[in-house]
Write a protein that binds this ligand. Structure first.
Ligand code: ADP
Length: 159
């Protein structure tokens, strides 16, 4: 059986931290599906189309990945994609409580799907999409936090 992992998130925008995790995961699983949530639409900075295209362009060259948007329950999306694994990233202890709760509820909703946690390389551990957006809005340099295509996309959205 193929090992398929879903890496869900809002990816608003995808950062070098997300990408580091995806590269690591792509070596562990047969396929990694980056699932971009549509439901946080109201508060999203980038449109779902921009987040999808931005992630696809940023991940070009990694063969066994797919980028898909979804607006259903995560466990239902995972089942529809024949995925057995939900992948989440842990940066610091502060991520743990929320992620622990989320994985517990998902396990309750579908006990057949396991949540696995991965950590990024040290230099990416402080990057978050929300801080990237904040730095950008204040005119700061975001070039070490996101790939070039995302930097361009974000600046277009600020103009
Ligand atoms: P969400 O809105 O669901 O938290 P995000 O797009 O912010 O989605 O993040 C998706 C996943 O990636 C989460 O598990 C988050 O903890 C993880 N993540 C976010 N930033 C990083 C990073 N710099 N390194 C590793 N994992 C990260």
């Amino acid at each position: 059986m193929k090992k398929i992992a879903i890496y869900p998130g809002s990816f608003d925008p995808i950062t070098n931290g997300h990408i580091d995790l995806i590269k690591r995961a792509s070596k562990l699983f047969d396929s990694v599906i980056i699932g971009i949530t549509q439901n946080s639409k109201k508060s999203a900075f980038l449109t779902i189309n921009d987040r999808l295209k931005g992630a696809k362009d940023a991940l070009m060259g990694i063969d066994n990945i797919e980028v898909i948007s979804f607006d259903t329950l995560l466990v239902d999306f995972a089942k529809a994609q024949n995925a057995q694994i939900i992948l989440r990233g842990l940066r610091a202890v502060s991520d743990f409580e929320y992620e622990f709760q989320l994985s517990g509820m998902n396990k309750h909703l579908n006990p057949n799907i396991e949540t696995l946690f991965m950590t990024p390389a040290e230099q990416y551990a402080n990057i978050s999409s929300s801080l990237v957006r904040e730095i950008l809005s204040l005119g700061g340099d975001i070039s070490s936090f996101v790939p070039v295509n995302i930097e361009i996309l974000l600046k277009e959205n600020c103009a």
